[in-house]
Design a protein around this ligand. Structure first.
Ligand code: B12
Ligand code: SF4
Length: 495
């Protein structure tokens, strides 16, 4: 049977990393089927174009991912495929919570982790007995996790470099440096229950892990394939510190030298032994959900285990060891008031410049305590995901209007990525080698693109041009020279 997995596009950014679920489900597909994946974030197709492709390739069954952020795209694609008579199944965190809604667009829905459901769905489909809902009652163990077929993957489509730069690399014979990321799971689940997060409801509070040997086997495969960078997608990679340390130790002993990044909560990064092992095993970056610099806001989303007074020190500890931090902030929590973005930036600008901040609005995702609370208080835009607006507020914040909340996000991005504040950070890197500064500036440009549209050569060049003073800093002599602070917000983006 011919099966197509489709990852819906987010319509804003190019993807730098394959999405994991199609590759995992492919590895769990019984032999005898031909499975292809199309990632809409690298191959942008209108629903009708995808329908044409499915007809041309005579696909028998299409599986579509269901995240809240892109669910409107999933439904549009599903509708156009089913109009052709092609059966569609869906899975993922959104459809798990909103299965009735999803069934208006799909023939069947996998609710929860689908590792064990998928072969059953497939068998039922072949037998003509496909059920509408498949629900995982037990959380699958990850002890016998399959080794994914990465050797069949065309990673070049995910290159992080802008296409024009990549074309130039190819032209000059350096296209083996296709910078992109391979996702890998080492465990699932998180016991922390932050109010806005779907991870505890979806994957559960009981944490499950792959064996060290199994993770190392996949890392070895990636090394053989010449892969350059791994992102552990576990929501809290160090949730069980002894286990994480044992995995990192095993990676060091096995001699797998694969640069990696992961998501780890701030409270777990206080441990210097963990930080040392992270560095020795190849860690170059950590995503940390800091969420807020205000203790009252953290308390309101049940995340008081984050301690703002230790943020700067831990970011500096990571940076000192050569690891960057991507720090996530949320605005719109009930304790937040207008002006929060400026206050936040006043705190952040004094930190060691080894971090890349990203800002988003609080988003009520179905299945979360936050969603239930806002629904109860009648502050929620009904089925807000069907009316998706980038960085749009989908609820009524307590101390500001939705428009004010959107303005806070804009201000935060403008302050953090303005030419003057990037220049200021580059000046403070004067003690570092040029290559470090180059990487920092390139990564800053890439993170800037999360908010400011940067999909064309022109947009990239214009961003580089606006950072020209910072660019010169790459070649500045290696002497630390603190510069007085001058972060002025930039004008709003034209797009
Ligand atoms: C990696 C990741 C990203 C990467 C995605 C890159 C990539 N190409 O994969 C990046 C950093 C870009 C990202 C961004 C965002 N993410 Co994210 N991300 C994750 C993360 C950490 C891992 C995803 C993963 O691979 N999981 C492992 C796989 C195996 O699990 P899975 O995807 O759920 O798949 C299983 C089942 O769901 C099911 N399944 C899934 N799809 C399908 C389809 C079919 C047909 C079937 C049968 C089964 C099935 O089978 C799989 C095996 O059991 C998850 C959290 C998590 N641990 O899952 C959050 C998560 C998916 N992200 C989330 C969010 C909110 C976002 C953002 C909106 C954040 C933001 N504010 O911008 C953006 C939007 C991204 C977009 N698409 O536009 C939420 C989604 C919640 C929801 N209800 O949709 C999650 C769950 C985290 C959370 N805190 O709640 N993210
Ligand atoms: S620590 Fe991270 S993964 Fe765990 S519940 Fe909180 S936000 Fe979700």
């Amino acid at each position: 049977m011919r099966i197509l997995f489709y990852v819906p596009d987010n319509a804003i950014t190019h993807s730098f990393m394959p999405t994991l679920w199609p590759h995992l489900l492919k590895a769990l597909t019984p032999p005898g089927h031909q499975v292809t994946t199309v990632d809409g974030n690298v191959i942008r197709l209108a629903p009708e174009e995808l329908a044409d492709y499915v007809r041309r390739e005579r696909v028998d069954l299409v599986g579509i991912g269901g995240m809240t952020r892109t669910i409107h795209r999933s439904y549009a694609v599903a509708d156009s495929l089913r109009a052709l008579g092609v059966p569609v199944v869906m899975g993922g965190p959104h459809v798990t919570e909103e299965s009735e809604e999803a069934l208006e667009h799909a023939d069947a829905v996998a609710c929860g982790e689908a590792d064990e459901l998928w072969p059953k769905m497939l068998a039922d489909f072949e037998a003509g007995t496909l059920q509408p809902i498949y629900r995982a009652h037990e959380k699958p163990s990850l002890e016998n996790y399959p080794i994914l077929g990465w050797e069949e993957m065309d990673f070049k489509q995910f290159t992080l470099l802008p296409r024009w730069l990549y074309r130039w690399l190819r032209w000059s014979g350096y296209d083996r440096y296709d910078i992109n990321i391979t996702p890998m799971e080492s465990g699932r689940g998180c016991p922390y229950r932050c109010d806005f997060c779907t991870v505890s409801p979806f994957f559960g509070e009981k944490v499950r892990f792959r064996t060290n040997e199994n993770v190392i086997e996949e890392l070895r495969l990636l090394e053989r394939l010449g892969r350059t960078f791994v992102f552990f997608v576990d929501d809290n990679f160090a949730i069980n510190p002894p286990r994480t340390k044992s995995l990192l130790q095993a990676m060091i002993e096995a001699g797998v030298r694969m640069p990696w990044a992961a998501q780890i909560s701030m409270n777990l990064l206080r441990d210097p032994e963990l930080l040392d092992l992270m560095k020795r095993s190849g860690c170059i970056g950590v995503f940390i959900g800091l969420e807020s610099v205000l203790p009252e806001s953290l308390a309101q989303v049940s995340k008081s285990f984050n301690k703002p007074e230790e943020y700067a020190r831990i970011i500096a500890e990571l940076h000192h060891r050569g690891m960057y931090s991507v720090t996530g902030f949320i605005f719109g929590i009930d304790a937040d008031r207008p002006g929060g973005a400026t206050k936040t930036w006043e705190v952040l600008r004094s930190w060691t410049p080894g971090f890349f901040p990203v800002f988003s609005q609080l988003t009520p995702l179905p299945g979360t305590p936050l969603y239930k609370m806002l629904l109860q208080q009648n502050r929620l835009e009904h089925r807000h995901w069907l009316n998706y607006r980038p960085y749009g507020a989908a609820f009524q914040p307590k101390h500001m209007t939705p428009a004010e909340l959107e303005a806070e996000i804009r201000t935060a991005w403008q302050l953090a990525y303005s030419a003057s504040s990037v220049f200021e950070r580059m000046r403070r890197l004067r003690g570092r080698r040029w290559i470090h500064k180059l990487i920092y500036l390139f990564a800053t440009l890439a993170f800037r693109g999360v908010y400011f549209r940067q999909m064309t050569a022109r947009a990239w060049l214009s961003a580089v041009w606006s950072y020209r003073r910072a660019l010169w800093e790459i070649f500045a002599p290696r002497t630390p020279q603190p510069e007085p602070a001058t972060s002025e917000p930039e004008p709003a983006p034209a797009d």
